[in-house]
Write a protein that binds this ligand. Sequence first.
Ligand SMILES: Nc1ncnc2c1ncn2[C@@H]1O[C@H](COP(=O)(O)OP(=O)(O)OP(=O)(O)O)[C@@H](O)[C@H]1O
Length: 272
Amino acid sequence: MTERTPTTTAAVEVRNAALRFGERTLWSGLDLDIAPGEFLAVLGPNGSGKTSLLRVLLGLQDVSDGTVTVAGRPPGRGNERVGYIPQQRAMDDGLTLRGRDLVGLGLDGHRWGLGLRGLRRRHERIENAIDAVGARRYADSPVGRLSGGEQQRLRVAQALIGEPDVLLCDEPLASLDLTHQRIVAGLIDQRRREADTAVLFVTHEINPILPYVDRVLYLVDGQFRVGTPDEVMTSQTLSELYRSRVEVIRIGGQIHIAGAQSALCEDEVHHP
Ligand SMILES: Nc1ncnc2c1ncn2[C@@H]1O[C@H](COP(=O)(O)OP(=O)(O)OP(=O)(O)O)[C@@H](O)[C@H]1O
């Protein structure tokens, strides 16, 4: 096990940050502290800058203004304390990499020392990660042959094996069936409860993760709101953000959004 020092400061700190591409401002004046163990959902229509925010936190994109730290450091720079679950995409059928090797890639960049002891520790960590996501049955299969849900469980194991303090998830439930959505969302929630990992979860559909969400960051066309789901997911707040009438309806513990504006796409299938 990696030694964990208790974190008292924010896991992610964003100060007065802006991101611009040419004339276009995706967001500006963004202040955000994400606490250890907090689950933040990042919502918004296509092109509002959700993935770009993750890219900033991964160190793949510089902010135009302001400052950002992730797990106590500037983003990127080989920060082992950050896990990333990319958008679900089917892997190439011909990919012969085995499940356990895919999971092991999540340990690259970690120091294991030389010799058998290091190898044994690495092996144990991989086995534990595979068990934690219930992927033992297909851990030795070529990943290209696995179903989307099985592949996604392995990606979760790969992201969690480094014991991250911050977990960045980019629509990890897209194209999973309801059962697998529940399983994957539950695994992510379990991690933050057991290990105080802060979670940033980009999604178009809040309902599968609603029981876990502490706060929402909702981005629309350069504007944003941050708050609890009860504060942000209201007709008034979303109408202000979209600058047109939007109805938020809560039925059976779920949130449904209806709006005149075609830009709204929370209830549509996304990224076919
Ligand atoms: N490096 C770049 N240069 C110029 N424009 C960019 C760059 N990266 C992203 N953009 C633009 O910024 C906007 C936001 O993109 P981003 O992928 O962050 O949106 P998103 O909210 O994740 O959208 P989606 O829901 O469709 O995934 C898009 O219009 C995109 O074309």
